[in-house]
Ligand binder design. Sequence first.
Ligand code: C2E
Ligand code: MG
Ligand code: MG
Ligand code: MG
Length: 289
Amino acid sequence: KAKGRGRNTYQWYTDELNRRVTERVNLRHALAQAIEQEQFELHYQPQIDSVSGRVVGVEALLRWQHPQQGNIPPIDFIGLSEETGQIIPISDWVLRRACLDAVALNRGEHAPLTMAVNVSPMQVQRPGFVASIERVLAETGLSAELLEIEITEGVLMDSTEHAIDAIEGLRALGVNIALDDFGTGFSSLSYLKRLPIQKLKIDRSFIRDVTCDENDAAIVEGVITLAEKLGLTVLIEGVETREQFLYLRERHPTYLQGYYFARPIPLDALIDYLDRFDQHAVLRDLAGA
Ligand code: C2E
Ligand code: MG
Ligand code: MG
Ligand code: MG
């Protein structure tokens, strides 16, 4: 009996393994096609200054419109694309698209708007990373101070020396650096000291219960105090409710981003949003609270 179960278990593992390998091979081919046929799209999520009520920038978030499977979220393919190296052509496309759209956005009445772009560890490690950003800025005509590169601690853990050089190189171009998902990794504090970072993005996991969980509230407040002392700007991610917005705005003058204001949306929807956006309404909302 035990033997039979063992065989079944083995069979199950083999099937599972085959299924996963097949899935990965399929995904890899699908990604190759996506790159070739430009099935990618960028959606943009507004970032709001809680003091002025203005939209100060947007974050570019990658979307894959698969012809059969529809929208595939980045967590489902970025990891694999890093393993296969496909992240390189994908991120080249992302950077160029984001910079072109930033130039268009900054031609209009909503300027100045910063454009935040996420980069992966592998991208930063590649020789010529800084040069490739410099080239895209020159080719698209975007001024460096309107570009913000979002790095995570993953970028710094893999090859610290090279990563630090790359980040300093970006900074020398005039590009701003934000540390994303702050608080979810480890030894974050030493990076703050060593790197020319301008902004901390507090991870949304601390915001979910910030209005009712004293520990989360203490962490958020502590990070903001620390950031202020270090001369860093703070952006709070994942603001979903009016209650969270009012809570945060009342206590902390920071930048805010989250579904409460807007989900990530295509460029034309973003332009509509900006046209309709009323910074005074944001401030009134507060006054009315
Ligand atoms: P991230 O950089 O931390 O991006 C924020 C994620 O939180 C986005 O998910 C966004 O849609 C989501 N989000 C924003 N506001 C809220 C909110 O109020 N509530 C909740 N629950 N979620 C919110 P998304 O677009 O699925 O992206 C996931 C991750 O994929 C990103 O996390 C980033 O690490 C990565 N990613 C996205 N685009 C790119 C890209 O172009 N290049 C690279 N290398 N990574 C990317
Ligand atoms: Mg990000
Ligand atoms: Mg984040
Ligand atoms: Mg994240």
